[in-house]
Design a protein around this ligand. Structure first.
Ligand code: ADP
Ligand code: ZN
Ligand code: ZN
Length: 820
């Protein structure tokens, strides 16, 4: 008699091109559903956690299906829409479902056979506290000090090992030895907060006065104030001592003196804010109008672009939309370019939505991710609004009612490495459509892509052209630093005009922002005798001089070495700094204005967990007069007292070798400018340049987005670049220069045979060797009328023949769709 066989296709967390099929029993087929995890054997001895994609009765043709080891879940941990979304991502961005799975699932969902457990020697466990299966595992650890999860599957006779392990972890009987799981087990952590009496400004002042004889204690209080000023929440003691470099005994003294209050919290809680403590603001007429228009456009469009000038109050408009959506019980995803750089915005939203906001932070531990995942999956009220960076598109939404993409023009929405190389804005639009929901994109400087979609009628458009409170847009002045005829003097990298305006602003008690898009002291150190400039040994790039550490650093691979006094090639001491970074700007500004406090905000000064918040708070508290920084300064900061913004050098942005350089420069400069004059007084922006007639600078100075759009689109038309054509960038990487070179020729020739035209390259990128790997790029340009699907199929075919050539097998090929 014919007997029905049952199979499942699973996604394995490895880059396999196809789903893999396993056989299951009839009983298992009754129970299993798509979205549950199973432990499966793979290869000779491996066991993986895999996700069930579908269940069927078709025997695989190419191989004998193995049996699964066990079922790991009682219910699906993903949703059907999520799997559809992942499938779209894998197809569109030319990666595997395994790549998507790895990016999407919290690590703790993917415990692997190789994970090692051992006894927790810090804890005495009473055998009676253990269930039978837990006892078996615990016993086994008597005889062998550590075990792989794979071994446990045998010990437990294939029963579900993961719940047993999780339960043992909860009881703190065992520990996982993999670093990523360190935070997996809950533990109680000490927190402190300033005694509430010091929320009174005067009392705080008195206290600091009183502590002036105990500078270390004073420093702790100051640090605590600055890192909790935004959130007003207790801070972990370990974070506090990291941030203030204070010993435990100093903190204890402060607790004993009742200056600090001590709290004990379980660490396995995602940082939920308290209840909402503020009603949202009443919109002004422009905002009100924008809100109505957005709703109108949503009747015809699934996607609307809100183009509102900086400080027009876009956030408050989002807030009203969110209020309406959550009132219907649906979930909201609010995407931000970088969570760590948007503390101000996050705390603003928390005051309105309190217990309903979950922040999905890229720095979250395995356990925090795990917990948030469950809260979203179960549609819990505390995760009704998810505020997150790009990876929050992977969460298991049940009933997503609205997606907001704030600062939609930001390129950090695109993931470069590793695969999936997705664009979170575009992927979130697809996600929303799976729920028949709407997406609102917001920006003061929209991407050409989005604005083009408005022109095509695909997206709706709503504009706000007035700043909140009718504050005027800042006045933007271009300062020609080349003009030799008028004998304009430069003081280091500061023009007379800039110094003049700075002096004026400081005299009036205003603050200043100086923008330079490069960190370090100078990007090239050149010997004036022989011309030698130190290079990174691993990358084809000059080392940047960092003065504060007296180091030469590579910004690509992190290599660093102490700054030499003599030229490495000829021994000369005549070394010259070429170009300049934020460190040099800071040093010069300090020399020009010795009476004022100058600080710097870039990757180097914001490394610690609270590095960024500390600088922001000091600036808000006016402890800093002049803040020098990189593009970190552009990310939606809202300072009240900044009167002047100086852009030190517009030219290096404009000359960057990338077809998006002009668009990016326009966006960056207008975004930084937007930090000036946000309250009553009109702000001023000075842009130093050698080329004040540059079209982009003219457009920036008149805030003329439409002109910029038209001219840039003409260029994109002429050179067949996005958004007119689509792009797929193919990068070949290998440590052997010849392999990359010959391989890229072969690859490009093969592509040209298929496509005839629209293949650019192969070409070495400006930095052609990174971490000892040579890179060479081929660009495939795809006209709108050409089928994307067919194009990708053709590329995959070429790719497969390429990798089947023995000589090229070890070459890494990276496919980047919609390359940014
Ligand atoms: P954008 O995101 O457009 O740059 P924001 O939303 O940050 O602008 O708003 C700029 C400033 O104006 C913020 O400090 C915000 O609190 C304030 N603001 C905006 N709308 C209102 C409103 N309706 N009532 C009171 N203050 C508002
Ligand atoms: Zn030399
Ligand atoms: Zn390097």
């Amino acid at each position: 008699m014919y007997q029905m066989q049952h199979f499942i296709d699973v996604i394995l967390p490895i880059p396999l091109e196809k789903l893999f099929t396993y056989s299951i029993t009839a009983a298992e087929s009754e129970f299993l559903k798509a979205g549950m995890r199973v432990a499966v054997p793979f290869g000779k001895s491996k066991i993986y956690t895999a996700l069930v994609f579908n269940i069927h009765q078709q025997k695989p043709m190419a191989y004998e299906a193995k049996e699964i080891h066990q079922i790991l879940d009682d219910a699906p941990i993903t949703t059907p829409n999520q799997l559809k979304h992942w499938q779209w991502i894998a197809e569109y961005y030319m990666c595997t479902l395994g790549d998507v799975l790895r990016a999407a699932l919290p690590n703790s969902f993917l415990l692997e056979s190789e994970t090692i457990i051992s006894k927790n020697t810090d804890k005495i466990i009473n055998d009676e506290d253990l269930k039978d299966e837990e006892f078996l595992v615990y016993e086994a650890l008597h005889h062998q000090s550590s075990l792989k999860i794979q071994d446990l599957i045998n010990i437990l006779d294939k029963k579900n090992v993961f719940p047993v392990i999780n339960s043992l972890l909860d009881k703190e009987a065992i520990v996982l030895q993999e670093e990523v799981y360190e935070k997996y087990k809950p533990k109680v952590v000490r927190h402190v907060k300033l005694n509430s009496q010091y929320s009174d400004q005067q009392k705080l002042k008195d206290l600091l006065e009183e502590l002036s004889r105990a500078p270390k204690q004073r420093d702790v209080v100051m640090t605590l104030f600055s890192i909790s000023a935004q959130t007003k929440k207790p801070v972990k003691v370990s974070d506090l001592s990291d941030a203030s470099e204070a010993s435990a005994s100093i903190i204890k003294t402060l607790i004993d003196k009742k200056i600090l209050e001590e709290y004990h919290f379980q660490e396995d809680r995602v940082g939920y804010s308290g209840d909402a403590n503020e009603a949202s603001k009443t919109l002004n007429t422009y905002q009100e109008k924008a809100l109505e228009e957005i709703k109108l456009t949503f009747e015809k469009h699934n996607i609307t672009l809100l183009h509102g000038v900086t400080s027009s109050g876009k956030t408050e408009v989002y807030v009203k939309l969110i209020e309406e959506v959550i009132a219907t019980g649906k979930q909201v995803l609010y995407l931000l370019p970088e969570i760590a750089l948007t503390t101000q915005l996050v705390s603003r939203l928390e005051t309105y939505f309190g217990g309903k906001v979950s922040v999905y932070h890229s720095k979250y531990s395995a356990h925090e991710r795990f917990e948030l995942w469950h809260n979203v999956l179960q549609n819990q009220p505390k995760a009704q609004i998810v505020l997150g960076a790009r990876s929050s598109i992977f969460l298991p939404y049940h009933d997503l009612g609205l997606v907001i993409v704030d600062e939609e023009h930001e390129t950090s929405f695109k993931q470069f490495d590793p695969a999936p190389r997705y664009h979170a804005r575009d992927a979130s639009i697809v996600l929303a459509s799976l729920f028949n929901s709407k997406t609102l994109l917001g920006s003061a400087t929209p991407s050409l892509e989005s604005y083009h979609n408005v022109q095509l009628g695909k997206y709706g458009l709503v504009e706000i052209t007035h700043r909140f409170n009718d504050v005027l847009m800042p006045e933007i002045e271009l300062v020609d630093i080349q003009d030799k005829h008028k004998r304009k003097r430069m003081n280091g990298h500061f023009s007379d005009r800039l110094i003049e305006e700075m002096t004026e602003a400081l005299k009036e008690g205003h603050q200043i922002i100086l923008f330079q898009n490069r960190r370090g002291f100078s990007p090239i150190v050149e010997c004036t005798t022989c011309g030698h400039a130190p290079q990174c040994p691993n990358c084809d790039v000059s080392l940047t001089y960092h003065q504060y550490k007296n180091e030469l650093r590579c910004h690509y691979c992190g290599y660093h070495t102490v700054m030499l006094k003599n030229c490495m090639a000829c021994g000369s001491v005549e070394l010259d700094n070429k170009g300049f970074g934020t460190e040099q700007v800071q040093e010069e500004a300090q020399a020009l204005f010795p009476e004022h406090k100058v600080a710097r905000m870039d990757l180097d000064t914001t490394r610690g967990k609270f590095g960024y918040d500390k600088i922001i708070t000091s600036f808000e508290q006016k402890e800093i007069d002049i803040l020098v920084g990189t593009q970190m300064l552009t990310k939606g900061l809202d300072f009240r007292n900044v009167k002047l913004v100086g852009i030190m050098n517009a030219d290096n942005m404009l000359n960057f070798p990338d077809f998006r350089a002009h668009e990016r420069s326009f966006q960056l400069m207008l975004q930084v400018s937007g930090r000036a004059g946000r309250t009553d007084e009109r702000g001023k922006v000075l842009i130093q340049t050698y080329n004040p007639h540059h079209r982009i600078l003219q457009q920036v100075s008149t805030n003329n987005y439409t002109d910029m759009y038209k001219e840039q689109m003409d260029e994109r038309h002429n050179f067949n670049y996005p958004p007119i054509y689509r792009l797929i960038k193919i990068t070949l990487k290998h440590k052997d220069f010849n392999k990359v070179n010959i391989g890229a020729e072969w690859y490009a020739t093969a592509l040209k045979q298929v496509f005839k035209s629209n293949i650019l390259g192969p070409e070495f990128p400006p930095v052609s060797r990174i971490r000892n790997q040579f890179h060479k790029n081929i660009l495939v340009k795809i006209p709108q009328q050409q089928s994307l699907l067919k194009t990708k199929k053709a590329i995959v075919k070429v790719n497969n023949s390429f990798l089947s050539i023995t000589e090229f097998r070890s070459v890494r090929v990276i496919l980047n769709v919609d390359n940014y």
